[in-house]
Ligand binder design. Structure first.
Ligand code: ATP
Ligand code: MG
Length: 564
């Protein structure tokens, strides 16, 4: 496609250069000397018209080809960027701002297209026209040509001044546009909190302020364009025309030279226009360069798979050790030096049920995130079935480990799709999982059963129901290890008992690690791990922990009994 586009382009440029030459011959050889040879004149006139038509048609073809190439490349790039974002490690999303990410995947990839269609081709096209025109002028009258060419460097000066003026505004405007996206995304995401805090006006004002600044920056760019670039170049055009006409005035005006004047006036417009086009591309180029660098920074983020440099081994090569999970002297910090977990060691046998308790911020969710490989743990500090965590093949790992997160996330899709999550499960498997999680009954109670569409974020379900869906989703994958983070915090005691039973049914088959504030959920656990400031304070079954006089667990438990 590119090859054809370049070919069309060269043809169009050639036709545009030939047109005035034919016109010149028509004037000089026939019109002025009154040498009215009608056939030759018709041929020349036809030539002028036909070259014009060909140029127009070929330009159309070239534009279509080129747009095809550019759009296809944007599409591919966008797919690649989104595909990459899907594989980024969780640590990236701690820092990422949703709206900015959205604008990278949508706007910035679009701006990269500008580089193809506009910048590269307009510059190529204009250069061909420019060179052809200058050559034709030199052939007609080299002295006139040298005047025109001598004045051309002024264009560069004008461009330079324009760039200096507009570049900061261009960059700033792009940044602001992505801020605008970010603000919209953020407020929609947190609409209930926003309205509850009566913050509509404040958010509206903040948005108006950003928009206003965006307007100012865009206007500054357009001003530089309208006040400097266009007028200065138009002025140059006039100076060029005046000089050529002045040169003619100085000479003995011979009849034969009127055609040359005609051709020159035509060509001057054709020399100025590509130069204007080229200069205009610089602002597009700036935008494209900024956008390209943003996209490439994003693409350079190491994906989760690349993150742990170690070589991946499929499970078959691993020895199926009795310990489902082994944790050895695990130290971890999100931010340098602020350790969240200290020298943690823990053995969790196959099929065991482990509970993790501890006060807020003690590191429970962090431990789970490490077990889920959201963040890289130090090599060898966590082993699953005897294999270091970072050496396990990603797909096998995800198939093995199920998660019920602290805040259940639902897609804007049907109940079925929310449990299936694109794994292609059968209705049978989905229903079995939903029954096990005791979600089946309330799903069937909805008007369309499993096909009922849950709103984005599952807003038409209660939080407890969302948790049950999340549990069903985790069970549907038939994991060998099931991680639960506060899976029962939002459900009533009766439903909690049901979930408890469901967990008990899994005992022995599935290794369960459950974080719970509500201690009744994990009362039956084989071992309860009590975390305190990232360290294991106590560990043992419920009864043993209750024996420790003044122990952390005992205090927590009694407090909860009291509250109940
Ligand atoms: P809760 O019971 O409230 O859920 P938790 O035991 O799950 O608490 P964690 O979420 O593991 O607590 O957090 C442990 C510590 O790590 C906290 O001090 C928290 O501030 C910090 N922390 C958690 N997530 C991050 C993060 N993404 N970046 C930096 N620090 C974090
Ligand atoms: Mg937590």
């Amino acid at each position: 496609h590119l090859y054809w586009a370049v070919l069309w382009l060269a043809l169009a440029a050639g036709m545009e250069v030939i047109g005035p030459l034919l016109g010149k011959r028509l004037i000089d050889e026939h019109l002025l000397p009154h040498h009215l040879d009608w056939t030759r004149m018709a041929l020349l006139l036809g030539g002028v018209l036909i070259t014009g038509w060909i140029a127009t048609i070929v330009r159309y073809l070239q534009l279509v080809r080129l747009s095809g190439v550019a759009m296809r490349s944007v599409q591919r790039l966008r797919e690649r960027v989104y595909g990459h974002v899907l594989r980024l490690p969780m640590a990236f999303f701690d820092r990422a701002i949703t709206g900015q990410l959205v604008s990278r995947v949508t706007n910035d990839t679009e701006a990269v297209k500008g580089l193809y269609i506009q910048v590269l081709f307009v510059i190529l096209d204009s250069s061909i026209v420019l060179i052809g025109t200058v050559a034709a002028m030199a052939w007609l009258d080299w002295r006139l040509m040298s005047i025109v060419v001598a004045l051309l460097p002024f264009v560069l000066v004008i461009v330079w001044a324009y760039q200096r003026l507009s570049a900061p505004a261009v960059t700033r405007a792009r940044q602001l546009r992505s801020d605008i996206n970010a603000q919209i995304a953020e407020s929609i995401g947190g609409m209930s909190v926003l309205q509850a805090n009566n913050a509509e006006r404040r958010f509206g004002d903040r948005f108006a302020k950003t928009n206003d600044e965006h307007y100012t920056q865009r206007l500054a760019e357009i001003r530089a364009n309208a006040w400097l670039l266009r007028p200065a170049l138009d002025m140059l055009n006039i100076i060029l025309l005046a000089s050529v006409i002045f040169m003619f005035g100085q000479r003995e005006m011979s009849a034969a030279e009127v055609g040359v004047l005609y051709a020159f006036i035509n060509y001057i417009a054709r020399v100025i226009e590509p130069l204007i086009q080229i200069t205009m591309q610089f602002s597009q180029l700036q935008q494209s360069v900024v956008a390209t660098s943003r996209v490439s920074i994003l693409l350079d983020e190491a994906s989760a798979a690349e993150h742990s440099g170690a070589e991946r081994r499929p499970r078959s090569a691993a020895n199926d050790a009795a310990q489902a999970v082994q944790i050895r002297d695990l130290d971890f910090a999100y931010v340098d030096k602020q350790t969240v977990l200290h020298k943690l060691s823990l053995d969790i046998p196959q099929g065991a049920f482990f509970g993790i308790v501890g006060h807020t911020g003690s590191g429970k969710s962090t431990l789970l995130s490490l077990l889920l490989r959201y963040y890289p743990a130090p090599h060898g500090s966590i082993l699953m079935n005897g294999v270091p965590l970072d050496e396990i093949d990603n797909e096998e790992f995800r198939a093995d480990v199920g998660l019920v997160p602290q805040d259940p996330f639902l897609l804007a899709a049907s109940a079925r799709e929310n449990i299936d999550m694109g794994r292609g499960l059968t209705q049978q498997q989905i229903e079995t999982a939903a029954r096990a999680a005791h979600a089946h009954d309330f799903i069937m109670a909805m008007e369309e059963g499993y096909d009922t569409v849950l709103g984005e974020g599952g807003s038409r379900l209660s939080t407890g129901q969302k948790q049950l869906i999340a549990i069903a989703r985790a069970l549907a994958g038939q994991p060998r290890i099931l991680l639960l983070d506060e899976a029962t915090s939002h459900i009533d005691s009766q439903t909690e008992q049901i979930v408890q039973e469901a967990l008990n049914e899994l005992r022995g088959r599935v290794t369960i690690i459950a974080i719970a504030h509500r201690l009744s959920t994990i009362r039956e656990a084989d071992r309860i791990v009590v975390l305190n400031h990232g360290r294991i304070a106590e560990i043992g079954p419920h009864d043993a922990l209750m024996q420790i006089e003044g122990g952390l667990y005992q205090r927590l438990y009694l407090l909860q009994q009291l509250a109940a």
